[in-house]
Design a protein around this ligand. Sequence first.
Ligand code: NAP
Length: 284
Amino acid sequence: MGFDPSTLEGQVAIVTGGGTGIGRGIALEMARVGAKIVIASRSVEHLEPAAKEIRQTGAPCKVVQMDVRDWDACHRMAQEAVNAFGRVDILVNNAAGNFRVPAEELTQNGWQSVIGIDLNGTWNCSRAVFPVMKQQQHGNIVNILAFTDRGAPSMVHAASAKGGILTMTMTLAAEWGPYGIRVNAITPGRVPTLGTQRNLRLGLRRGEEDDLGGEEGVAQMQGTADDSPVGRTGSPADIGNAAVFLCSDLASWITGVHLHVDGGRRLGTGGLPADTPLRRPAGS
Ligand code: NAP
């Protein structure tokens, strides 16, 4: 079961941070339904292996090495996409960076850095593709959020940035809708990626050993998998499928919304253990 393989046929999709984790999953799902893909981030070591995997689906894929904090680089990225494929139909603002630190210890530099990637980066890329989408009278922007239900202790920089992106989503949806541009957002639940592992380093603080949390981090991620009504771990493909839907014609009357894709984890389980009939997946 899946989308019609022509769902995004002929469309050109830019995915920032498309070399790893959730961004890679989104780029792959869009490639599988006919989109031409541009993946963009700082590290070609991340981008090139992902591009190889994306091309194996049969879709063309262009790699752009850039930093979303850099306004000119974002405009170059948009131009390179147009040069390669003639248009830009989709932008997924997925690139992000953060680290755990209590608010009282967060430096000005740390604050600026995360706001620069998450909030400014989303704006820079959105503004860079806007003239192309306006001229086409067609475009979809999908912003990847986090921490949108509650406070995020030790993540005040990222939580503030993502909150700003949520209101940016609604504002740009209102302003750019008349140009045929829809702007929506997704809040993923916890999806095991290198980024998640990094953030699950228990007790680690800036300046301490950067060991990505290792097995302890992965175990904690798996442990939280059951902590949702659906009772399984989410994958980058789960987020990719939601992004395909939001960019498809099936969602043509949806703009300015914020979609939770988290197996219902934010709702809690009422303390029911995973093996009770109420929590067991249907048919098992
Ligand atoms: P990830 O693998 O660490 O992905 C982050 C991506 O952003 C990397 O590909 C990185 O590539 C890119 N990036 C970072 N700084 C950049 C910059 N300055 N310029 C350009 N690209 C930059 O983490 P992830 O878990 O997949 O996260 C992806 C998105 O999902 C983020 O927006 C995150 O907030 C959101 N999210 C994730 C989860 C989860 O559980 N995984 C939950 C909620 C929300 P380079 O290093 O090559 O630049």
